[in-house]
Design a protein around this ligand. Structure first.
Ligand SMILES: *Cc1c(COP(=O)(O)O)cnc(C)c1O
Length: 432
């Protein structure tokens, strides 16, 4: 029987994989302990695949939570910034000042500020506006949004006391008024981002709530900036219909709106609070603001995104560039992919916004179908290509693929050596 190599010996043998030595030592130790020294190369490869790395999203889910929601540039050399330096006076400034002004202009608010995510934004807004007091929320809006954001839990953490009003399907203005008469300090309205109540329903609009005598905080979550989408060349996409937008919600009388930076806003993970100057200032002064403050990487990405909105350069925001791609363009790209594999057929697909937004919406798109479930082989490609499975076939949806990556996807498909099924042109994928 051969003696197993020493941990150090094995780790050195694995050095060509390019992982730092301490990680190779961990792998080597576990390979020896589990008597699978021959598999050590595979173990290193799977260790490497756990690292954060770019992937190609071929799922047709525009805001895929598992892939970081909105696509974002990750780059830049090390450098200092004026994060908290006031260049005019040379004194200490606020990291919130510049981004707050930009977001205020973009949303039509008096003021705005940024925290790490929308859950944090809601918690901070509640703590600053109504900490230690009660806040009225509709029973139809006590929602859980992916990643265990549960409105009652966030309220409890904020120190505000939840007062449930109305019923699951119907909540009227009078229900809120009663709670306010009984001492509620604020009203929280939560967008039912990821589900819909249909049938015998009634909800109270922000406009109606603005007649109540306490601050109205509207958590719109999804982060649509303006329902008229002035940053797009064409009209707003039809699938956005009915989605609350920050500008219109404020105009309707919300005192504060909160939304995510990485959903329909198309920027980095962040939580944005916009609205009345005095309330935003109260949020900024609250001790939680320090715990939730974003770093310069986030602020830099958010500023870039906000400037693109202000310049009406929707095409420079990758989410909107993809979301606004005309179907004939998607069809051409899907055709190019299909033609490369000796087939001229593409399929109609149903892409979705994702990210816990617009649960009932589908976006017409195009893709190619490869027989059998080959998603795990595609994930092994470098860079990994993430596709989805429908009725036992692999679907590659081009909507969420950057056109510059089409050739990479083609290479990944070539690596499968698979034939593309789909004799009929434009075979329907079907919504199952
Ligand atoms: C997504 C969402 C949140 C949570 O946002 P994060 O940025 O993920 O923290 C909160 N409220 C609503 C209504 C949402 O849609």
């Amino acid at each position: 029987m051969q003696r197993p190599p020493s941990v150090d010996e094995l780790a050195r043998k694995l050095a060509h994989h390019g992982l730092p030595h301490p990680l190779l030592v961990e792998v080597a130790r576990s390979a020896i302990a589990n008597r699978c020294v021959d598999d050590a190369d595979d173990l290193v490869r799977s260790r490497t695949r756990r690292l954060l790395t770019p992937v190609i999203n071929a799922t047709g889910v525009l805001l895929h939570t598992n892939m970081g929601r909105a696509p974002l540039a990750h780059q830049g050399d090390a450098q200092y910034t004026n994060l908290e330096l006031d260049l005019a006076s040379g004194a200490r400034g606020s990291r919130q000042a510049a981004i707050g002004e930009l977001l205020a202009t973009a949303t039509g608010a008096e003021a705005a500020m940024v925290v790490n995510n929308c859950a944090g934004a809601v918690m901070l807004a509640l703590a600053a506006v109504a900490g230690g007091h009660s806040v009225a929320v509709s029973r139809g809006e006590l929602v859980e949004i992916g990643g265990a954001f549960r409105v009652p839990d966030v309220m409890a953490l904020s120190g505000a006391e939840l007062v449930e009003v109305g019923t699951t399907n119907r909540t009227r203005l009078g229900d809120y008024r009663k709670a306010v008469d009984q001492g509620a300090h604020a009203v929280l309205k939560v967008h039912q981002s990821n589900y819909r109540i249909v049938g015998f329903t009634e909800e109270t609009s922000v406009r109606a709530l603005s007649t109540v005598d306490v601050p109205v905080i509207a958590d719109i979550g999804s982060g649509l900036l303006d329902s008229s989408c002035p940053w797009l060349d064409g009209p707003p996409p039809r699938w956005l219909e009915g989605e609350p937008a920050a500008r219109q919600t404020l105009r309707d009388g919300a005192d504060l709106v909160t939304f995510s930076g990485d959903k329909l806003f198309g920027g980095p993970q962040a939580g944005i609070i916009a609205g009345k100057a005095e309330l935003v200032a109260a949020c900024g002064r609250h001790p939680l603001a320090r715990a939730l403050r974003p770093g310069s990487l986030v602020l830099d990405a958010l500023q870039t995104t906000t400037m693109a909105y202000l310049d009406r350069r929707g095409g420079d925001i990758e989410f909107w560039r993809m979301a606004a791609t005309p179907v004939h363009e998607l069809e051409r790209r899907a055709n190019d992919l299909a033609v490369r594999f000796g087939s001229t057929s593409v399929i109609d697909t149903h892409a979705v916004p994702g990210g816990g937004t617009l649960p009932t919406v589908s976006i017409p798109s195009r893709g190619v179908r490869i027989n059998a479930d080959q998603t795990s082989q595609l994930r092994e490609f470098d860079p990994p290509v993430i596709a989805r499975v429908d009725k036992g076939a692999t679907i590659i949806d081009v909507l969420t693929i950057n056109p510059d990556d089409d050739w990479v996807v083609g290479k990944a498909m070539e690596s499968l050596g698979a034939s593309i099924v789909g004799a009929q042109t434009n075979a329907k994928e079907g919504l199952s």
